[in-house]
Design a protein around this ligand. Sequence first.
Ligand SMILES: [Zn+2]
Ligand SMILES: [Zn+2]
Length: 251
Amino acid sequence: MEITFLGTGVAIPQKGRVQSGVLVEFEEKPLLIDCGSGVLNRILEAGVRHTEIDTVLLSHLHLDHVADLLCLVKANWLMGKTDMRVYGPEGTEDWLFDLLGLYEYILEEVDVKVIECSPGKEFVPEGFDCEISCAAAVHSVPTLAYRLMSGEGEIVYSGDTEPCRDVLDLAVEADLLIHECSFPAGMKVTNHTTPSTLSDMLDEYRDEIGSLCLTHFYPEMRGHEREAIYRLKGNFDGEIILAEDLMNLEL
Ligand SMILES: [Zn+2]
Ligand SMILES: [Zn+2]
C-alpha cells in the first residue's frame, strides 16, 4: 500500500500546500481520499493518470476537501473515462448532483454513483481488495473518518475533527493514523485538532497505533512543527510524521 499526500493544507492558500487530498494505491490501483482545490494537479505531479481514479472517499463536504471533485469528473470525461464512485457522508448525493446539474452536458454523459455512508458502515469498494469502515468525526458538519484494511496494511484517515474516541478507537491496531492537526499547541479551537488536545487523548492509545502522520495545517502551524512532535512524543510511542505535499509513505 502506497500513500501519497497530494494536499496537506486547508482553505487558506499557502506556499507548497494545496487543499486536502490523499492518494492510496493498492498494487498500483489508486483510491483518492478527499479532493480539495489543487489536488487534480497534484495527481499529475504524483505521476498518476487522473483517468485511473474512479473511486473517491469524501470525509465531508467543506470546500477544502471537495473543490476539485467536479474538475476531476470533467477531466476524466474529457479523456473518455466516465464512471466514478463517490463515497461520502449524508448530503453527498444532493451536493454532487446539484452541482453537476448545472453542467447538463457533463451530467448526461457521465456515470457517477454516490454511496452515502454513516458511522459504523463497512464496505468493500468495487474493484478493490480492501475493506473500509467508517466512524463519526467531531466537526461542524457531518464528517467521516475512514479505516482502510487490506493485506498490505491498515490505515485510518481522520478527516477534519476534534480529537475524539470514535476516531482513535477506529485506529486501534492500524499501521498508520493520518490525523488532522490544524493549529499549534495551546490554541483554543473547536472542530479541529491541536497537538495539545491530541496528545491528551492519545496517551491511552500510545502503544495501540503504529505511526501517526499529521496533516491539514493552517498557516498558523508554520514554525510550530517541531513543537508539535515534541508535544505528542511524550504521549505516543510510535513514529510521528509531518505530512508534506507529494510525500510518499509505504506500508
Ligand atoms: Zn478542512
Ligand atoms: Zn472541514
